[in-house]
Design a protein around this ligand. Structure first.
Ligand code: HEM
Length: 502
């Protein structure tokens, strides 16, 4: 491979790969193809709206799309030599409902999440979902106009639209309160993402390197995104990226009640914290996630959230491993990345962000290798209305999850497996006898079936440095899965070929 093509060209990548779109309106359309030839007209109709990763300067496009294709969709398009189709990884070919994927995702254990229930129980969609079109608009009108154009072309070209939610509802992004980065459960999201460095030829890449996300540069990365060979499948996939598209129903009422119950139950035991019950609810929310709900990391703000407008680079710059106690305060102030601990008394080991990115925490290197935790790019958003009452209102709400990676097995599924079964670190970080789960994400049915424990330990020290740990015996299920598709976000040049454009 020549030096010139060792780094992907943004003009040939779909935009979502390099940046999260901050358009406040989006809709995510699901389609099945009838046959390849008519479908190509659909791609021809919508091609001009596909947004690349090239910088758009000051002029944000009013509306735009990115497109993902499942393996089934690629097959139907008949654009790859049939003999080469198997050059794609089995994880992509077989999809998220296959047994191998379910070992990590664990949906099949949960009656509310199992693959047979996905896409509102539509068995045709479960088999024939070929393509997801992510549509973005600056205004609701911009979005609606483009959704309507796409829908018209889809009808004309005999695509079948599928719906993710009950009553055939489309997946529209919602803005909760006045903060577009807020998700249900009340957290700010979209803070920590890999910084996508270019490695070029400067040696083996870090997990954050762009070549771990973009297909075709495998000799320069850890994840080896493929297919990476001379086949027509590799040509088709080059400069693409995989997207694990996963829709999470969030049970906000259960979550809210859980926080209230814990705050009440432990208010006396934790009275030395000087927090009232509402503040204590926030404390429990922070311990579950590893960040306060306003986004500030508990590692840097152990006792209370920082000012809500603190969303700067420092909010990502911390670790978990060294002992804070050993670091002088003036050094800590200057170098917050040194603020870290290995006892879990600031950030519990099973807090969501600690599991999803254990940073410098020591992994079980014999099993997990030495390259550090895998990284993924998160481009998701909330759907469904805010829960405003103190009871369940029966409305559908949750997260539209877009998890981008170059290798679905060694990035997305590996991390997901960690969330269901926290065994990735060396003991004593995780006990070998009792394996916990990610406090927010863990699938509790998976725990029952695989001997993980549903308890959550929050190590706490009182003012005399005495341990007064809290053990919540059984975390509830906060989530259910409404559907999952493994898609390839192909390059612009590949999409142009499908669309018959030069
Ligand atoms: C409904 C489901 C989910 C919820 C409510 C949720 C919530 C959050 C929140 C509040 C944050 C902190 C804000 C931030 O750093 O941007 C976060 C971070 C993160 N989440 Fe999730 N998440 C969900 C699903 C997932 C899944 C399925 C994965 C991976 C497969 C994942 C991986 C991550 C990662 C890697 C981070 C960044 C951690 C860091 O670098 O500090 N999340 N999530």
């Amino acid at each position: 491979m020549s030096l010139a093509n060792s780094i992907p060209n943004p003009k040939n990548l779909q935009g979502l790969i390099l940046r999260g779109f901050t358009h406040p309106y989006s809709c995510h359309l699901l389609f099945g193809f009838s046959n390849g030839d008519v479908t190509k007209n659909f791609f021809s109709d919508i091609f001009d709206k596909i947004q690349s990763a090239e910088d758009w300067g000051n002029q944000k496009p009013k509306s735009m799309i990115n497109i993902g294709l499942t393996f089934g969709g690629i097959k139907k398009l008949s654009v790859i030599d049939e003999n080469d189709l198997n050059n794609f990884a089995g994880t992509f070919i077989n999809g998220p409902s296959a047994a191998a994927a379910q070992q990590s995702l664990g949906d099949w254990y949960d009656p509310n999440s199992k693959p047979e229930t996905w896409w509102n129980g539509n068995t045709e969609a479960q088999v024939n979902l070929d393509c997801v079109v992510h549509v973005y608009g600056l205004t609701k009108d911009d979005l609606d106009k483009l959704v309507s154009d796409i829908s018209t072309s889809a009808n004309k070209n005999k695509l079948t639209e599928y719906y993710a939610l009950k009553d055939d509802k489309r997946l529209y992004q919602s803005i909760l309160g006045d903060d577009p980065s807020k998700i249900h459960f009340g957290y700010v999201d979209g803070i920590s993402n890999p910084s996508l460095k270019n490695s070029g030829f400067s040696g083996l890449a870090s997990p954050e390197d762009i070549n771990n996300f973009v297909i075709g540069y495998g000799n320069n990365s850890i994840s080896n995104p493929g297919p990476f060979d001379e086949s027509s499948a590799a040509n088709f996939a080059k400069d693409g990226c995989y997207n694990a598209f996963r829709i999470f129903h969030q049970d906000v009422n259960t979550f809210n009640q859980f926080l209230k119950t814990q705050a009440k139950k432990y208010s006396t035991k934790l009275s030395f914290l000087g927090l009232n019950e509402t503040e204590l609810e926030e404390w429990f929310a922070a311990k579950l996630c590893g960040r306060w709900r306003n986004g500030s990391p508990i590692m840097l703000n152990p006792n209370k959230p920082s000012d809500s407008n603190e969303r700067n680079i420092k909010a990502e710059n911390f670790g978990f491993e060294e002992l804070t106690k050993q670091i002088p305060e003036d050094v800590l102030k200057k170098f917050p990345s040194k603020a870290s601990e290995s006892s879990g008394s600031i950030c519990p080991f099973s807090a969501h962000t600690r599991v999803a990115n254990p940073r410098n925490q020591q992994l079980n290197t014999a099993r997990e290798g030495t390259s550090g935790p895998p990284r993924i790019l998160r481009r998701g958003m909330a759907y469904g209305p805010d829960l405003t009452s103190s009871k369940d209102d029966g409305k559908e709400r949750g997260l539209i999850g877009l998890f981008l990676c170059g290798n679905l097995t060694t990035q997305f599924e590996l991390l997901y497996g960690w969330m269901n079964f926290n065994d990735f670190s060396q003991p004593p970080v995780f006990s070998t006898v009792k394996t916990p789960q990610d406090a927010l994400l863990g699938n509790r049915y998976y725990a029952d079936a695989n001997n993980a424990v549903k308890s959550f330990i929050i190590p706490v020290k009182d003012p005399n440095n005495k341990s007064v740990d809290i053990t919540i015996p059984e975390l509830p299920s906060f989530l259910a899965i409404r559907g999952t598709a493994y898609c390839l976000l192909p390059s612009i040049s590949t999409l142009a070929k499908i669309a018959g454009k030069k």
